[in-house]
Design a protein around this ligand. Structure first.
Ligand code: 2IT
Length: 449
């Protein structure tokens, strides 16, 4: 490894010891960039790497809100405007009990390279709160979102920073956040948020985009391997927005999701999830996001409590689509032993670094990295921004076609970047290199600050 790269990784390990997720993502991305630093001594001179691991700006704020019984609560809010070299800051908001600086920073860093890969002009950002949405009423969520936006609105804008959803933040939350932004600013600036409802400037296909994009990316991998999506059986974890989109697009293209895992265990449905089962999942999730067992009860299929489906043999593709560090070394060993050929990450950083490197080193497995595979989500957010600024609305077919092209291109530039540096078909390194190159060059050309 290049000595400068090594020294910056070492620095991050020391300086961010209390933020293991952030250290993990820096190590993962920077482990691929040595050849670029070797080829560009001017980057070291301009200290590009050390500047890259420091957010341009990150702030924390207080969010007070009243519950339905009249009790006040205090939560913490964050926004990390990580890198704005190639466009306005862009990235989701995560509302989850376990959120702290290290999670927001890891997601913001990852977002920078992901957004670069989309080919659209978007910088990297992330934000969120340790607010726990579980069991909260609509009115409580509304008051929380209004308070959150009151603290945030001065620091965002269509050309400044454009938040969106992530875990715990969907269409409902974005609606309340936008309502409060509009009320405070007194202008129609709907390009300030993406993932909006269709009645006020949301883009068709945005809710499905991450899952659809992941399946389009999978199709490109299969094409490369002289294989097709037809008849493929897929095991996923997570059945949120993203997992649901995978199920739907897979069914549409003649494949099927035969396993899916939730917080309480996993489901095995050999017929695959399609048709009205997709509607049932939406209902089940709305009633209780912590249990997928009701699906097994309803359709008379197998439910395995307290376990993950990593290691099952009767599938062709694994797609972890739940959350970070879902697949550890123990699961990776089972995956390698299963003989399944395709390991397609979907959630942000779903694999620990040791497990990811272990899987990449296996001969018979093709590994694809989440920052490329899930980039269709933020990619369609970028398309939503374009529609908002031009005051027009694209049809579902138009957006879907642009999404597909974007995923084809992300796969292509990743494969080409790896090829260029003699790494073969290494989609993990290729995505890191392709995403990194554009950001590094933009920072370099804009001078040191
Ligand atoms: O992780 C992600 O890319 C997102 N949560 C979506 C971000 C966005 O701005 O649409």
């Amino acid at each position: 490894m290049n000595a400068y790269v090594e020294s910056v990784i070492e620095y991050v390990k020391q300086a961010h010891a209390s933020e293991p997720e952030f250290v993990q993502t820096v190590e993962e991305v920077f482990s691929s960039v040595s050849p670029i630093i070797d080829a560009h001594p001017e980057y070291e001179k301009a200290d590009i790497l050390k500047r890259m691991v420091e957010p341009e700006r990150m702030f924390t704020f207080r969010v007070n809100w009243m519950d339905d019984n009249g009790n006040w609560h205090t939560n913490r809010g964050w926004r990390c405007q990580f890198n704005g070299a190639i466009g306005p800051f862009k990235g989701g908001l995560r509302f989850q009990k376990n959120v702290y600086e290290g999670i927001i920073k890891f997601l913001g860093f990852e977002q920078t390279f992901k957004n670069s890969l989309t080919g659209l002009p978007m910088g990297g950002a992330k934000g969120g709160s340790d607010f726990d949405p579980a069991g909260k009423s609509d009115a409580e969520v509304m008051r929380f979102c209004q308070s959150f936006m009151t603290a945030l609105y001065r620091y965002i804008g269509p050309d400044v920073d454009v938040p969106a959803g992530d875990m715990g933040v969907g269409g409902r939350e974005i609606g309340y956040l936008y309502g409060q932004y509009r009320r405070l600013k007194g202008v129609w600036e709907n390009g300030v948020l993406t993932g909006k409802g269709l009645t006020y400037g949301g883009s068709l296909i945005r809710p499905e985009a991450t899952g659809y994009g992941a399946v389009y990316y999978l199709c490109e991998v299969l094409k490369h391997e002289n294989d097709t999506i037809e008849g493929k059986r897929i095991a996923i974890s997570g059945y949120g927005n993203v997992g649901w989109g995978i199920m739907k697009k897979a069914a549409e293209l003649g494949a099927k999701v035969t396993y899916f895992a939730g917080p309480d265990g996993y489901i095995h449905d050999p017929d695959g999830v399609s048709g009205e089962k997709l509607d049932f999942i939406l209902e089940m999730r709305a009633k209780d996001p912590m249990h997928c067992k009701p699906y097994a009860d309803k359709y008379g299929v197998e439910f395995v409590p307290g376990a993950k489906c990593w290691g099952v043999k009767d599938v062709d593709v694994y797609m972890p689509a739940a959350t970070q560090n879902d697949v550890t070394m123990e699961s990776a060993e089972k995956i390698a032993a299963s003989g399944v050929k395709y390991y397609i990450e979907v959630a942000n950083m779903p694999t620990t670094n040791d497990a990811l490197n272990f899987l990449r080193a296996q001969d018979g497995i093709v590994v694809a990295p989440s920052k490329a595979v899930n980039a269709g989500g933020v990619g369609v957010s970028g398309l939503e921004m374009s529609q908002n600024s031009e005051r027009l609305v694209w049809t579902a077919e138009e957006v879907d076609e642009k999404l597909k092209q974007m995923m084809v291109n992300i796969h292509k530039v990743s494969a080409e970047a790896a090829e260029e540096y003699g790494l073969g078909y290494d989609l993990v390194a290729g995505a890191n290199i392709a995403g990194f190159k554009k950001v590094a060059q933009a920072m370099y050309e804009q001078g040191v600050f």
